[in-house]
Design a protein around this ligand. Structure first.
Ligand code: PGA
Length: 257
């Protein structure tokens, strides 16, 4: 059964005090989850343990890291390994966000290594893909995203890829207030699902959650999430406001596919 998921991506925002306040506000908001819905919070490394503690008795709520190293352990100053995350019971990591691809030169090969290291350590990657504006304007988005999937994911076995959550985030829609239209989102999500079906099987493709990211807000979440192949959202800016993100969680469709 495909999960419907709202992922918060706090990015490099909030002090410890501000983070605690936001978590407390979220905890006091009403969320109605059914069994196939999840909320996952992508929290900065220094606050992961605290967030785990705070959310610990919430069913269907998980804490995620925003990145991990492509190396297992050793002399890599400043890096955080999957083993470390696992040792504090983190089960999800955002991998290959476009900001990491652009500002930290993460290419498809490095992202593939990160995906592999996650899966070898029973960690679920939230794999981000998506095209820039000039690729969209040249109408090359399918080739571009198809290649990201091919070079970083399609070497996986069917069992492994079933543990991956995919987030399609057109770069031109991230933090810009410009959202992809529901048609553009559905078109790309359906392309991604068909590519998985071609490389694996229809059944594998049907069970993978594909999230949309890029200026998701409470005002557009319901419409985006109502599309057949849009299984929720990866949310940046709006996830820093408790009321907004709670409304986004509550916009997840209840339908069970
Ligand atoms: P945004 O960010 O919601 O602020 O556009 C989304 C993301 O980068 O994951």
């Amino acid at each position: 059964m495909r999960k419907k998921i709202a992922v918060a991506n706090w990015k490099m925002n909030l002090t410890f005090k501000e983070a605690e306040k936001l978590i407390d506000e979220l905890l006091s908001s009403e969320h109605s989850f059914n069994e196939n819905q999840l909320a996952i919070f992508g929290i900065p490394f220094p606050y992961l343990c605290r967030a785990q503690e705070k959310f610990s008795d919430k069913k269907n709520v998980f804490v995620s890291a925003q990145n991990c190293s492509n190396k297992l352990k050793g002399a890599y100053t400043g890096e955080v390994s999957v083993e470390m995350l696992k040792s504090i019971n983190i089960q999800f990591v955002i991998i290959g966000h476009s900001e990491r691809r652009e500002y930290y030169n993460e290419g498809n090969e490095m992202i593939k290594e990160k995906v592999d290291i996650c899966l070898l350590n029973e960690m679920n990657p939230i794999f981000c893909c998506g095209e820039s504006l000039h690729i969209r304007e040249a109408n090359q988005q399918n080739e571009y995203v198809g290649n990201q999937l091919k070079e970083s994911l399609f070497h996986l076995s069917a069992i492994q890829i079933s543990k991956v959550i995919i987030a399609y985030e057109p770069i031109w829609a991230i933090g810009t207030g410009k959202t992809a239209s529901t048609e553009q989102a559905q078109e790309m999500h359906s392309f991604i699902r068909n590519s998985i079906a071609e490389n694996y099987s229809k059944q594998v493709a049907e069970n993978i959650s594909i999230l949309y990211g890029g200026s998701v807000k409470s005002s557009n979440a319901k419409e985006l999430f109502s599309q057949e192949d849009v299984d929720g959202g990866l949310v940046g800016g709006a996830s820093l406001i408790a009321e907004e993100f709670s409304a986004i969680i509550n916009s997840l469709p209840k339908t069970i596919y």
